[in-house]
Design a protein around this ligand. Sequence first.
Ligand SMILES: Nc1nc2c(c(=O)[nH]1)N[C@H]1C(S)=C(S)[C@@H](COP(=O)(O)OP(=O)(O)OC[C@H]3O[C@@H](n4cnc5c(N)ncnc54)[C@H](O)[C@@H]3O)O[C@H]1N2
Ligand code: MOO
Ligand SMILES: [Mg+2]
Length: 413
Amino acid sequence: MRSVEEYLVHVLGQLTPMPVLDVPLTEAHGCLLANDVHAPLDLPPWDNSAMDGYAVRMADVTGASPEFPAELDVIDDIAAGAVSSRVIKPGTCARIMTGAPIPEGAEAIVPVEQTDRGTTRVAIRAEPGEGQFIRVRGSDVAVGQALLAAGTELGSAQIGLLAAIGVARVEVHPRPRVVVISTGSELVEAGNALGPGQIYESNSYMLAAAAREAGAVAYRVGMVHDDEDAVLATIEEQTTRADLIITSGGVSAGAYDVVKGVLSQLGTVDFEGIKMNPGKPQGFGFIGGDGRFGTGTPIFTLPGNPVSSYVSFEVFVRPAIRRLRGLTPERRPMTQATLTVDLTSPAGKTQFMRGWVVPSGAYGLPEVRPVGGPGSHLLAGLAQSNCFIVVPEDVTEVKAGEQVNILRFGAPA
Ligand SMILES: Nc1nc2c(c(=O)[nH]1)N[C@H]1C(S)=C(S)[C@@H](COP(=O)(O)OP(=O)(O)OC[C@H]3O[C@@H](n4cnc5c(N)ncnc54)[C@H](O)[C@@H]3O)O[C@H]1N2
Ligand code: MOO
Ligand SMILES: [Mg+2]
């Protein structure tokens, strides 16, 4: 049996980042930039006002105060989007709005609050500093400037910047389309009544959400009964749109665990036991022949127990999605925390115990305690956790006060 580490290396070694795609900016969120971006223009493109107020000449307003205001003729009214054709000559000024271009001759902006708000004549009640509230051309971005490097993940702020420099389409490594399929004849879709022996299907919801958290575009196909033909048809159909398929259930030793058998007809998927708990039965490989890997569409077959599925996702699938996205490092960092109670762990398998980690009261390491038991059906304990306490294969007990490895999970990277 392979260790967790060996299996992760084995899986990642078979995946490469998604090929570059030209996408509209509205679809670029979460993608990685394929090329460096340089500014095609200055931002602001011209000097403009940072305040609603009056564009004035310095000499006209020297010494202006509430007691001795400077009186000026208002010769223009400049809204954002307009360009004034007037020149500000001595004794005159222009009313100007935030974002409007500074008229020729003006040297500072006096905010409207420091005036009597006049529209033909105005009393300026404060002396501005030279250049006050003028946003200078190119002060944000200068034409030709390197703005975003290839490989940058496009978050909301980066998308905003690209839009601001007029980029409508952008070349990226796209987010992989991940299809999630659950298998099991006992499963019922939420919203329906449960019959005898039935449970609500939860893995596909959970895994699709986890895939989204990992940066994929996730499609939840829902569930298929443990029927070879149905499982085969569903998986085959999804290869056309999926960059990665995740199934859950049907990979152990049960008489109706059909996923294994079906995939032996459809591709090159290896099934093996990994030295871990939960998450022992794993499958990874490729199906169909026309996927972008030549060998087909990559597929993970995860064990059906909900916590086993979740652990498998966090430990193997999440890094795989990051590899497809072109992101490094692929793995979340393993960090350390101080254990607050004693724990025991079976030998020979890496244990992923559910835990709750909090910052330490002192200045030391964070502190962590186990949540719930080790059973791989204990979904409530998982949902009340924020990390796995990762106990190595050869460790069978850890005492309170000792350090343990933890792997945080959930939304933030
Ligand atoms: N004789 C053996 N039995 C089992 C072994 C073994 O080595 N020998 N391994 C156990 C381990 S470990 C795991 S993990 C599970 C893996 O089971 P499968 O992948 O075959 O999954 P299923 O049999 O379909 O389901 C297992 C369990 O999980 C529930 N389940 C499945 N899918 C969902 C879903 N989408 N939503 C909610 N719950 C789901 C299902 O009802 C079962 O209770 O095998 C052990 N057995
Ligand atoms: O590996 Mo199973 O995941 O132990 O419950
Ligand atoms: Mg089974």
